[in-house]
Design a binder for this molecule. Structure first.
Ligand code: CUA
Length: 321
């Protein structure tokens, strides 16, 4: 089932596995009920038909075999099964409410139409950074997710790592996720939030602790600098400052807009436009040229740029590793 990134029938961590087992259990009970009722119905249809020779057999209740006994049989079977399902469900809800140990990492996730802002706060206020649509976590540790919305109601959901949690304007909700092993897990907004609800995806990247710490150290290095800051990159930065910085921040540079995602370390992310397209130079060029063609309704306008300026901005952004 690895080819089904949004399947909740397979779990990859302790916040999701009790839910996955419950889903299989309740699903099996439901299938069994449908089979039993179906077979019973077919048997009833074929068992004995009213006889034309005995007109009274066509009158409901006129026969001595009223079948009331079957109601008692049905109740005796279904009541204990439903009671077990209810208790099991409540036990699972209680179990996934809190992780076994208190999380060391608490992430601030803000939902926007239609992307995810992820803030990594630390005890040192100088040591925070913000990223978008890609959440890195250490594997084998619970991570608390503090959820806020900037506009409408969304829902945070990483099916393999935990259940859904609504993200509601004016309310702070909390949930937690944990990946038992390193891996990459798809998440998705699970509450209809407008035209591009379906394109409000994100990824959770679970890494071994040392690798995660190295990633954090990288993200804290501002400004991000590519391997070879070339002339075209420098010119791209100038174009970006003049045309894009009103909406986007690039940490460590004067660009400080807060409408769109923070693009510091932009090139380290794997997708663009909240999981809509891969993050590479080709797709980025098309995205900047006409965002509406890729994600109709997206807040990002098509900023008129010459081909040379657009290529320079692409080179600059792709240098922010
Ligand atoms: Cu956000 Cu649906």
């Amino acid at each position: 089932m690895t080819g089904w990134p949004l399947s909740y029938l397979q779990s990859a961590g302790p916040a999701a596995s009790p839910v996955a087992r419950l889903a299989w259990g309740l699903g099996s009970v439901s299938v069994a009920v449908v089979l039993i009722v179906g077979v019973g119905l077919i048997a009833a249809i074929w068992r004995r038909r009213p006889s034309a020779d005995d007109p009274m057999s066509l009158v409901p209740g006129a026969s001595s075999a009223s079948g009331i006994g079957w109601i008692y049989v049905g109740l005796a079977i279904s009541v204990p099964v439903l009671a077990i399902c209810t208790i099991w469900t409540l036990a699972v809800l209680g179990k996934v409410m809190h992780p076994a140990s208190a999380p060391h990492l608490r992430l601030q996730v803000t939902a926007h139409q239609w992307w995810w802002e992820v803030r990594y706060p630390t005890s040192n206020s100088q040591q925070t950074f913000t990223t978008a649509n890609e959440i890195h976590i250490p594997a084998g540790e619970p991570v608390e997710i503090v959820l806020n919305s900037a506009d409408v109601i969304h829902s945070f959901w990483v099916p393999k790592l935990g259940g859904k949690m609504d993200v509601i304007p004016g309310i702070t909700n909390r949930t937690w996720i944990e990946a038992s092993d390193p891996g990459r897990f798809r998440g998705q907004c699970a509450e209809f939030c407008g035209a591009q609800h379906a394109h409000m995806a994100f990824y959770v990247v679970a890494q071994p602790r040392a690798e995660f710490d190295a990633w954090v150290a990288d993200q804290l290095a501002f400004p991000a600098k590519g391997a070879s800051p070339s002339q075209v990159v420098a010119s791209g930065e100038r174009v970006f400052s003049a045309r894009c910085a009103a909406c986007h921040t690039v940490s460590g540079t004067p660009a400080g807009g807060i409408v769109g995602p923070n693009l510091g370390h932009f090139a380290s992310r794997s997708t663009l436009a909240a999981g809509s397209i891969p993050n590479d130079a080709d797709h980025l060029r098309k995205w900047i040229a006409d965002p509406q063609a890729i994600k109709p309704g997206v807040r990002m306008p098509a900023v008129p740029l010459t081909t040379a300026d657009r290529d320079a901005v692409v080179a600059y952004l792709e240098s922010l590793t």
